[in-house]
Ligand binder design. Structure first.
Ligand code: COA
Length: 114
């Protein structure tokens, strides 16, 4: 199922958000006029987690990630979730700024590669 989201959702960038769902995995992407993706976010409805957030250089700081996250939140809420989590590296200041701005509060998880 592919659902088209109104263009005005992503402010200055001309394009659309498209949402495709594969079981509990929802892929939200922003595409340009010729359907090249420039932003993506994956929502796992089973775990209530967000991942793989990426906006292409040249499209950043225009509200694309904000639009992707807000759409993920809308879908998660509609699916009955009362919270979602986004993991990010502790040194990723940009991601921390983004998440804080959108009202996420931070928890710390320590991980070690084995
Ligand atoms: C993090 C990332 C997804 C942000 O995408 P974006 O579309 O540029 O983000 P937005 O335009 O929606 O920014 C929203 C807010 O995030 C913060 N932010 C975004 N880019 C920032 C930067 N370069 N420096 C500081 N804060 C920044 C700001 O608070 C910004 O609000 P403002 O523009 O009103 O100040 C993008 O920089 C990216 O793809 N980075 C590499 C991959 C990555 O780090 N992914 C995140 C893993 S959780």
């Amino acid at each position: 199922m592919v659902e088209q989201i109104p263009k005005q959702m992503i402010g200055q960038v001309h394009g659309e958000l498209s949402v495709s769902r594969h079981g509990n995995i929802v892929v939200i992407s922003a595409k340009d006029d010729i359907f090249r993706p420039f932003g993506v976010l994956i929502l796992d409805l089973e775990r209530g987690s967000l991942g793989s957030l990426l906006v292409a250089e040249g499209y950043r700081r225009k509200g694309v990630a904000t639009a992707l996250l807000k759409e993920a939140e809308r879908i998660a809420k509609e699916a009955g979730l009362d919270r979602i989590q986004a993991g990010t590296h502790f040194e990723n200041e940009v991601a921390h700024n983004l998440l804080r701005k959108l009202g996420y509060f931070e928890m710390t998880v320590a991980e070690k590669r084995l």
